[in-house]
Design a protein around this ligand. Structure first.
Ligand code: NAD
Length: 296
């Protein structure tokens, strides 16, 4: 059996189209231009690439992009003051503070200083609580993208056995909450899980979010299962390097029913969902209809 490839690149493009159409309607009907502010502290090369891509795609869908680049030695007080200004700026509907922050800054404190209604990353403790209690919230972008792909593939996730490998606050835990919200039977596996292969073999849906290259081989996968590979790992490839996921794609593709490739699977969905969250936040802030199908 060869699995269906879930094309995250094409899916993300379709989300961006929906976002752009809604942005155009917001402008025409309500004179609202959704705005996303991204704050980058320091010069982490990977973060710089993410921030550049976010800014570019924000503008491409017709939204306003505000970039704030701060020195690596920026004080916590200065960063909190910037967040406070953005919280009070009516042209800003979404605020994202790029993580990781330099060590001298308290990430939890900074994230929890963002207005929850503008917290388009969905990391504020209020949004975490709202998601956990099944209430309307801002949903973390990467798990939201995974959920959208799974809903598209299955229609309903009700009663399916899902295993999420990884329990981070940004991927594993919110992913599990979202699957539970869609009535899947959810197991969260992590570094202390016993008999991980057996746990994974019982799953109709496997979401791997570990950060260990190709750790999930095909013989852990139940035939016909759907595999969502969140991992992004750079590994040596001759003289160069290449990106691989947390799943051994070559063996898993022979067993799974559907699988996301790396690159081109979950990765492109993350920024698309950030744009979706920003337009949703702009609609909620102005009391106008939010786009359908762009949130959990
Ligand atoms: P993290 O390091 O915060 O969490 C990793 C989790 O994996 C932990 O909960 C840990 O318990 C678990 N784990 C570690 N070793 C394990 C093992 N041997 N068996 C089972 N579980 C184990 O990582 P994260 O931020 O959740 O990211 C996970 C991966 O997803 C990384 O490769 C990261 O680059 C990638 N990622 C991708 C996107 C995207 O846009 N596609 C977004 C976020 C993260």
């Amino acid at each position: 059996m060869t699995a269906i490839l879930i094309d995250g690149k094409a899916f993300a493009a379709s989300i961006r189209e929906k976002v752009a159409a809604h942005v155009a309607r917001l402008k025409a009907d309500h004179d609202i231009t959704p705005g996303l502010a991204v704050v980058l502290v320091g010069e982490d090369p990977a973060s710089q690439v993410y921030v550049r891509n976010k800014g570019k795609q924000t503008v491409e869908v017709g939204m306003a992009s505000f970039e704030h680049r701060l020195d690596a030695d920026t004080s916590e007080a200065d960063l909190l003051a910037l967040v406070d200004r953005l919280n009070n700026d009516p042209s800003v509907h979404g605020i994202l503070v790029q993580l990781p922050l330099p060590d001298h800054l308290d990430s939890d404190l900074v994230i929890n200083s963002i207005d929850p209604a503008k917290d388009v990353d969905g990391f504020h403790i209020s949004n975490v609580g709202l998601l956990g209690t099944g209430q309307k919230s801002m949903v973390p972008c990467t798990p939201l993208g995974c959920l959208m792909m799974l809903r598209d593939h299955y229609g309903s996730l009700s009663g399916l056995n899902a295993v999420v490998i990884g329990r981070s606050n940004i991927v594993g835990k919110p992913m599990a909450q979202l699957l539970l919200g869609d009535s899947a039977t959810v197991t969260i596996a992590h570094s202390r899980t016993k008999d991980l292969p057996d746990v994974v073999r019982g799953a109709d849906i496997v979401v791997a979010a570990v950060g260990r290259p190709e750790m999930v081989p095909g013989d852990w996968i139940k035939p016909g299962a759907t595999v969502i590979d969140v991992g992004i790992n750079r590994v040596p490839n001759g003289e160069k390097t290449k990106l691989v996921g947390d799943v051994d794609f070559a063996s898993a593709v022979e067993v799974a029913g559907a699988i996301t490739p790396v690159p081109g699977g979950v990765g492109p969905m993350t920024i698309a969902c950030l744009l979706a969250n920003t337009v949703t936040a702009a609609c909620r802030a102005n009391g106008v209809d939010e786009p359908e199908g762009l949130t959990a």
